[in-house]
Design a protein around this ligand. Structure first.
Ligand SMILES: [Ca+2]
Length: 228
């Protein structure tokens, strides 16, 4: 059989193309791929869901098992969504395919906060005497805090290891209200209106998940023209 130069050229071209195509085709062999695991966190219920998928979907070898660790603890086999403990935690998670391939471990940190903050009034102090907002002394007689002039209120608000306090609300028995949403100088409010006699002050704190504290109330005596 005679082979002319044109046929040789076609043959060389064919071999060249095969050399290119065959390795590409081989690199798509499904068995070499580990599964891919995704993590989902619901901040309201605190539930963590892991979903593992093997690729390619049409010829997937299937997922053998998914595992996770919370805060570097013991390895747990994932069987159903689980609840994150209160506070901030890091989850390490990975899956193993039926092909024996192990996914590289991934980590993700979440905070679960279901506990409202706590709040208390630290100033004016119980039985303190204040003039124009300055603490003067403790009362010896009488049981009630006395403020002559404005009433500077300081509050201690704490959200433990939750999302943190967002706003502190102030409510007064004369109908006044106020709030502080900037903690850089503490949680404070100045009552600076005209008032004579008993005044009930109620504070509540809201965390960044909008959970509200129990109210904290004190009753003081105020004599203020509302000008100082
Ligand atoms: Ca909280």
């Amino acid at each position: 059989m005679r082979i002319n130069s044109k046929e040789v050229a076609i043959l060389i071209m064919f071999l060249f193309l095969m050399a290119l195509v065959v390795p590409i085709a081989n690199s798509y062999t499904p068995e070499v791929l580990p599964p891919v695991t995704s993590i989902f966190f619901d901040e309201y219920s605190g539930m963590v869901t892991l979903i593992a998928v093997s690729y390619p979907l049409t010829e997937g070898s299937g997922v053998n098992a998914t595992y996770y660790k919370i805060d570097g603890g013991s390895q747990i086999k994932y069987t159903e969504p689980f609840k994150l403990p209160e506070g901030t935690h890091t989850i390490e998670y990975w899956s193993i395919g039926n092909n024996g391939k192990i996914e590289n471990r991934k980590t993700k940190t979440f905070t679960y906060d279901s506990i409202p903050p706590t709040v208390e009034i630290t100033s004016p102090k119980v039985k303190g005497i204040y003039i124009h907002g300055n603490f003067i002394t403790q009362r010896i007689f009488g049981t009630k805090t006395l403020c002559i002039g404005k009433v500077p209120i300081e509050v201690n608000a704490d959200d433990s290891d939750g999302y943190g306090v967002k706003t502190v609300f102030f409510k007064f028995s004369n109908g006044d209200t106020g709030y502080d949403d900037n903690a850089t100088d503490g949680w404070t409010y100045n009552f600076n209106n005209a008032h004579f006699g008993e005044l009930e002050i109620t504070v509540t704190a809201m965390d960044k998940k909008e959970l509200m504290s129990e109210p904290y109330t004190i009753t003081i005596n105020v004599y203020s023209l509302g000008i100082l």
